[in-house]
Design a protein around this ligand. Structure first.
Ligand code: SF4
Ligand code: SF4
Length: 158
């Protein structure tokens, strides 16, 4: 299988053994996000199987807390949280992830960090007796080289 391209939904469905799902809804009954209008894991499983799952930035897949509880209770060992990770990857690789994720991605690409290095960062580090945070261009170059081997590596920075 080619690795340097986004996975299709049917490939994700096959790799996740979704045909085992019995529709028992145990995953959803324990899901803390589902209780509050977030992701509904059994629905994600069903829609992925049907090929109708939403990969847009407004999709419920972005409302998962990644707590993994659903995967622990599934009686047929489907792993809904990992499924959601694969779907998020497929969404992000097509440029559809929510803005906050795309901004973090741009930051990682430019600095190697997922958080901004602000004056507050410097102040807090100073208070903890830590040295200033400097960019490590060698580390960033290595990261970009690794990044170039993934489906997100050749689409430029926004
Ligand atoms: S990993 Fe996501 S889908 Fe699963 S129980 Fe936690 S919030 Fe719900
Ligand atoms: S717990 Fe497993 S079998 Fe039951 S609905 Fe969820 S994914 Fe399907």
């Amino acid at each position: 299988m080619e690795l340097n391209r986004p996975l299709e939904v049917d490939e994700i469905a096959r790799a996740s053994n979704l045909d085992r799902c019995t529709g028992c809804h145990r995953c959803t009954r324990v899901c803390p996000a589902s209780e509050h209008g977030g992701v509904v894991p059994h629905q994600v499983v069903a829609e992925t199987q049907e090929g109708t799952v939403d990969l847009s930035q407004d999709s419920m897949i972005w409302k998962c807390l990644m707590c993994n509880i659903c995967s622990h209770v599934c009686p047929v060992r489907i792993n809904p949280s990992y499924l959601i990770t694969l779907l998020r990857n497929a969404s992000a690789e097509r440029g559809h992830a929510p803005k906050r994720y795309m901004e973090a991605r741009s930051m990682v690409r430019s600095s190697g960090r997922s958080f901004p290095n602000t004056r507050l960062t410097s102040k807090m580090r100073g208070e903890l007796g830590l040295p200033p945070l400097n960019d490590d261009q060698e580390a960033v170059d290595e990261l970009l080289m690794l990044w170039s081997t993934t489906p997100m590596g050749d689409d430029g920075d926004e």
